[in-house]
Design a protein. Structure first.
Length: 219
């Protein structure tokens, strides 16, 4: 195998990993369709990733016939995504609390949030609608490693979805970080907008999701 072939193979396996990260457990056929490759090629990648402990197959009940076989990421797959130097950040949070107390840590979180708000507001200055504001915010969050997408709920509400949390370890050590990020989104998107967190990675969900609607709209 040439270096070029090896690079292509690496990119295709990475594409499989990212597809599972973004959309959750899927069958080999679903992955093949979303990636635009053959079912056989996807299965080869999945078997190789399974041997490396990066994915695993899970059987789910089907309406009829044999159980459905889906593929999902294991914890080892987290190594492929930014983690914001999680262990170091968590350790620093603990030490800051010891040295400056809970009030000092809260002040640090507020300063971080204020900086985020300024940066996101600057990013959103060209937006002409709520949809544009949310999409620009998602772009900014993706650049920071959150793998953010915007989806439409069945009732028309916008969903800001973050498929990865690069500060997860730090957030476990300091729950105020997650609360501050929710408040940050509310400030950035404006007083005329309602933002609710509907899924939370730290609560065991696969991803964090925020439901965004104009104020006064039905939840």
């Amino acid at each position: 195998m040439t270096d070029a072939d090896a690079l292509i193979l690496h990119r295709r396996r990475r594409a499989v990993i990212e597809a599972l990260k973004r959309s959750g457990p899927q069958s080999a056929q679903q992955l093949a369709e979303s990636l635009g490759v053959t079912h056989v090629a996807v299965r080869q990648h999945l078997y190789d990733l399974e041997d490396r402990g990066i994915v695993r197959a899970v059987e789910r009940p089907a309406a009829r016939g044999r159980p459905k076989k889906d593929w999902e990421l294991t914890r080892q797959a987290e190594a492929f995504f930014p983690n914001g130097h999680g262990e170091l950040a968590a350790s620093l949070m603990e030490e800051l609390t010891k040295v400056f107390g809970a009030d000092g840590l809260a002040r640090l979180v507020r300063e971080r949030t204020a900086k985020q708000v300024r940066a996101y507001r600057a990013r959103l200055t060209t937006a002409r609608s709520l949809d544009e504001r949310v999409r620009l915010l998602a772009e900014a969050r993706s650049e920071e490693g959150y793998m953010a997408d915007v989806e439409a709920a069945a009732d028309g509400a916008l969903m800001l979805v973050e498929n990865h949390c690069p500060i997860c370890d730090a957030a476990r050590a300091c729950s105020g970080l997650c609360a501050a990020e929710l408040e940050c989104f509310r400030e950035v998107l404006g007083e005329d907008v309602k933002v609710e967190r509907t899924s939370h990675i730290l609560a065991g969900a696969r991803r964090c999701a925020y439901r965004i609607t104009p104020s006064g709209a039905r939840s």
